[in-house]
Design a protein around this ligand. Structure first.
Ligand code: ATP
Ligand code: MG
Length: 589
């Protein structure tokens, strides 16, 4: 049992000025966290209890899924990162430094290299596979904008796991096990989350899911189907090939999918569009539906200049363009480059007669006859027929999905929400095992490369996300599984012997039953004690006031609902114990 009078949990009334999100504010105000430097924190006793509880759930589920806990160093020699090629590729998030002998090191932001080095030394045979190693460890990433407290820190705890399998099938199975374990983990923490398909980015690999806690303050935009379980990061969200959302109505916009046969007669007409560059300006000037405008964007990419076409009703998704091209990078060309390539200022580019490589979103194929830039200042072309007047190298899904678009998996409508990425599972394939030669001998004695996966969960970010999702005007409303304490016992006035004695009795009773009790034995005004109890968010509160105790009663209050029940003193511990049990059941996997 913890006694508040002896406990370092300095609550404050003031809202800290640099805390932008509610979890950061409440963690500071509830005395869980103190800043040392930007993105670097002291964890106070109660804050550390929360992290330890998150970690306990992580350990239990990782162990149950067959992973083995290890601990790797935070200080990592540069050689390993040079072997994988990431010493140069990782950029400024990697904090590099030298030791006294001038050898280069970094603080590990993630541990693929270290674990692959370990496994290549220790694993020789197919009999040792599959292998899944995890750790819960201090990471350092020199984030460009550390903010939101534990949500985006520079030094933070992460659970990172790495699986090694003999083949793709095994790797898929390891991935599925981790995916399932993650679902159990976040359910046990009482969180409303979604696993969404994510882009695999520069890490490569075949598939990846992000686990998102749904919260308006989330930094990620996610797309989910109202009817089925489809969910994706907005960067990754696919468009249905058979349906376009509303505004594509009007002349010219046909159903997507089937190519519209090109008109064999006629040709585009040039019309003056003085100073009209944007989709809105051009479509209203020409009095046409924006969906029939063929927007033409020039990108400079690692594989050369590429023009990307999309209907005026849509936006280009750069990630899809990058993946389609297999490019290292893509970026929108500047004004100068646009002039060189199209011969016109930006806003007047079009695919007709353009000599640069051209790819088009599927929305363009459904335009029977549209308008586009004439590659000439202050002019556009109308009556432009895709397939007749220009032929892109390929039609592909290259656009951002929009709210209300048809789900790519079913007929449902897609909706947007915001999420906090708390976990990430990744099929790495052989990227690291190939580069670092993590090989084993198969049954036939043949040397093969192991197939890897990696799986991360941010400990502090998860705790912060739990607060984003569970709070009210008065403070935190912890899910009981990660609350610093389960029951707060409050003798309203500790100077009254009866009250204090009754409080001690119930606190000790619960403590003996294994309940985590926080005993507010401070000589503070009742209002302050109640406010602190609400602020710190302990799920169950027992209040012992003078009048009630004199009449043989105490109160049990549910922090979440505010429901308060008056209960005879001998039954008080039972009632609180039952409420704790009920709340624990709500955090079942
Ligand atoms: P983000 O896109 O938010 O920067 P990331 O893709 O870099 O995240 P991963 O490399 O997949 O994150 O790391 C695994 C997990 O570690 C994340 O899901 C998140 O929970 C946590 N994490 C990552 N960066 C931070 C950070 N700066 N502060 C706290 N937790 C973090
Ligand atoms: Mg990051």
């Amino acid at each position: 049992m913890i006694r508040y009078s002896r406990y370092l949990m300095p609550t404050t009334k003031e809202t800290p000025s640099d805390a932008e999100v509610v979890s950061h504010r409440l963690m500071l105000r509830a005395g869980l966290l103190r800043k040392v430097a930007s993105g670097i924190y002291n964890y106070m006793p109660a804050g550390l209890r929360v992290l330890r509880k998150v970690e306990r759930i992580l350990r239990e589920e990782m162990d149950a899924a067959g992973a083995q806990e290890i601990l790797m160093p935070t200080v990592v020699p540069s050689e390993l990162w040079k072997e994988s090629g990431r010493w140069d590729a990782y950029g400024k998030e990697l904090l590099r430094f030298k030791d006294r002998a001038d050898r280069e090191f970094c603080l590990g932001p993630t541990h693929e290299e270290v674990v692959t080095d370990l496994v290549r030394r220790e694993v020789r045979s197919y009999r040792q596979l599959p292998l899944n190693l995890y750790q819960i460890q201090d990471k350092f990433r020199d984030e460009i904008r550390p903010r939101f407290g534990l949500m985006r820190g520079r030094e933070f705890f992460m659970k990172d796991a790495y699986s090694f399998d003999a083949d793709d099938e095994g790797a898929a199975e390891s991935y599925r096990k981790m995916y399932d374990a993650y679902c159990r983990i976040f359910r046990r923490m009482g969180l409303d989350f979604r696993a969404v398909e994510a882009d695999t980015g520069t890490i490569g690999g075949s598939s990846s899911h992000e686990f998102m806690v749904i919260a308006d303050s989330g930094e990620d935009a996610i797309v989910s189907c109202a009817s089925c379980s489809y969910g994706a990061n907005v960067e990754k969200a696919e468009c249905s090939l058979s349906g376009v959302a509303a505004s594509g109505k009007g002349n010219g916009a046909a159903k997507e999918g089937a190519p519209v046969p090109g008109d064999t007669k006629g040709e585009p007409r040039k019309v003056p569009t003085p100073g009209k560059r944007t989709i809105e300006e051009v479509s209203s000037f020409l009095a046409i539906d924006p969906a029939t405008l063929i927007k033409t964007l020039l990108f400079e990419t690692s594989v050369g200049d590429v023009a990307v076409l999309v209907s005026g009703a849509h936006e280009v998704n750069e990630i899809k363009v990058k993946n389609h091209l297999g490019a290292e990078y893509v970026r929108l060309a500047g004004e100068e480059r646009v002039r060189q390539v199209t011969g016109a200022p930006s806003g007047f580019a079009g695919p007709v007669g353009l000599s640069v490589r051209t790819i088009a979103d599927l929305s363009v194929r459904s335009i029977a006859s549209g308008a586009t830039g004439a590659n000439e200042k202050d002019a556009h072309l109308v009556d432009v027929v895709p397939g007749r007047d220009f032929v892109p190298e390929a039609y592909a899904d290259l656009r951002m999905v929009r709210e209300g678009d048809t789900c790519p998996r079913c007929a449902g409508a897609l909706r947007f929400s915001r999420g906090i990425e708390v976990g990430h599972v990744f099929r790495l394939g052989t990227k690291y095992s190939e580069a670092m030669r993590a090989v084993y001998l198969d049954e036939g004695g043949k040397e093969r490369v192991t197939v890897m996966g990696c799986y991360g969960i941010g400990v502090g970010r998860t705790a912060a996300a739990a607060i984003e999702q569970n709070h009210d005007d008065d403070g935190i409303v912890w899910p009981i599984s990660i609350a610093p304490f389960e029951v707060a016992v409050i003798p309203v006035n500790v100077k009254q012997a009866d009250v204090l004695a009754a409080a001690e009795r119930v606190a000790e009773d619960l403590d003996a039953r294994g309940v985590e009790v926080f005993f507010d034995d401070r000589e503070e005004r009742p209002g302050i004690k109640f406010k602190d109890a609400d602020l710190t968010g302990i799920p169950v509160r027992i209040t012992l006031g003078e009048k009630n105790v004199a009449a043989g009663f105490g109160e049990v209050r549910d922090r979440k609902t505010g429901e308060t029940v008056r209960i005879p003193l001998p039954e008080l511990a039972d009632a609180a114990f039952a409420l704790v049990g009920k709340k624990k059941a709500e955090c079942a996997p």
